[in-house]
Write a protein that binds this ligand. Structure first.
Ligand code: FE2
Ligand code: FE2
Length: 173
C-alpha cells in the first residue's frame, strides 16, 4: 500500500503554482507586472490548497504517525512548515497593504524554501514513510487523509483548485 503518491501529486500542483508565482515576482521586479489581484488570488490558493489541504495532512496525520513510529526525521520539515507560514504572513501583509514592491522578497523566499522542502520530502521523507509504516498504519493514515479532504474540499472543489492554477497562469501571457 502506498500513501505518499497522492502527496507527491499535490506537490506537482504546488510546484507548478510556485513557478507561476516566481515568474510574476520577476516581472514585478522588472516593472512589467502590477496586478495586485493576482497576488490576492495566490494567497487564497496557498491557504486553501497548500495550507489546508496539503500541510494539514502532513502536520496532523503523517508527522505524528512517524513520531509514534519513533522516527524523528520529519522534525526539520515541521520547522520549515512554520517558516513557510511566517513568510506567508509577510506576503499577506504586503498584499493587504497594496504594497507591490514589498511582495517579491517574501514571495521569492517562500517559493525557494518550498521548492527545496518539496524535493526533500519526495526524495527522503516519503520513501522513509513507505518503508517504516506497515499496511495497517497506512490504512489509518489514508482514512485521516480522506477525512481532511472531505472537510476541506470535495471533487468539485478540487477541480476548481486545478482550474485556478490554469487561470493564474493566464495572468502572465
Ligand atoms: Fe511539507
Ligand atoms: Fe509536502
Amino acid at each position: 500500500m502506498n500513501i505518499t503518491d497522492q502527496l507527491k501529486g499535490e506537490h506537482e500542483i504546488i510546484l507548478r503554482f510556485l513557478g507561476i508565482l516566481k515568474e510574476a515576482c520577476n516581472r514585478v521586479q522588472r516593472g512589467a507586472f502590477d496586478d495586485i489581484t493576482f497576488f490576492e488570488r495566490c494567497i487564497t490558493f496557498l491557504r486553501e490548497y497548500a495550507d489546508s489541504y496539503h500541510y494539514d495532512k502532513e502536520e496532523r496525520v503523517l508527522f505524528p504517525a512517524m513520531e509514534q513510529a519513533g522516527i524523528a526525521y520529519q522534525q526539520h520539515r515541521h520547522i520549515e512548515h512554520k517558516y513557510v507560514y511566517q513568510l506567508m504572513a509577510d506576503l499577506d501583509r504586503a498584499v493587504t497593504a497594496n504594497n507591490l514592491s514589498a511582495i517579491p522578497a517574501p514571495a521569492l523566499e517562500y517559493t525557494n524554501l518550498l521548492e527545496e522542502h518539496i524535493i526533500t520530502e519526495n526524495k527522503a521523507l516519503y520513501p522513509e514513510v513507505e518503508r517504516v509504516l506497515d499496511d495497517h498504519q497506512k490504512e489509518e493514515i489514508q482514512k485521516e487523509f480522506d477525512r481532511i479532504e472531505g472537510v476541506i474540499t470535495n471533487e468539485k472543489d478540487h477541480n476548481y483548485i486545478i482550474a485556478e492554477v490554469d487561470q493564474l497562469e493566464n495572468y502572465l501571457p
